[in-house]
Design a protein around this ligand. Structure first.
Ligand SMILES: [Zn+2]
Length: 155
């Protein structure tokens, strides 16, 4: 193996160069939609990018040649921003506070059904709205689970 590359198309980084976290592949269109103009101006559009989900790591996207940090995105990244105003479901604007509230008031299932209905109707645009570039339902479920765990005592 050589670390040299001429043209980035076939080169793939699979681990975040800062945290070592195993990345998840994202499409370039996600970066095009969510990077700030200044960051986008340096995008290697032919490279294969991955998303780093580590909450403690400031890197959001990385390729074999480039990294983009949270400050290179136009908005907050769910995995890396603990604030209650940060979206869990980016497409339909459900914030962490709203999802927690749903869990606490027993309407978590209703919220999941609402979002699932939007997905089934083809309205979901996670590819260009959600920094992870993929469906938010897993994150919604995780927030619901942790919120209901906090709200109700163990059986
Ligand atoms: Zn990382």
């Amino acid at each position: 193996m050589t670390s040299q590359s001429t043209g980035s198309l076939s080169v793939e980084a699979t681990q975040c160069p800062v945290s070592g976290t195993r990345g998840r592949a994202v499409k370039t269109v996600t970066l095009k939609a969510l990077l700030t103009p200044g960051a986008l101006a340096h995008l290697d559009a032919g490279a294969a990018f991955q998303f780093c989900a580590d909450p403690a790591c400031e890197v959001v996207y990385f390729s074999a040649q480039q990294t983009y940090a949270t400050t290179d995105l136009k908005g907050p990244v769910f995995q890396k921003a603990p604030e209650s105003v940060v979206p869990v479901c980016y497409c339909f604007g459900h914030t962490r506070a709203e999802v927690r509230h749903a869990a606490e008031t027993g309407s978590g299932e209703t919220l999941l059904e609402t979002i699932t209905g939007h997905i089934q109707a083809g309205r979901c645009g996670c590819e260009v709205n959600n920094p992870q570039g993929s469906c938010c339902l897993g994150n919604v479920r995780a927030v619901l689970r942790s919120a209901s765990h906090l709200a109700s005592p163990a059986p």
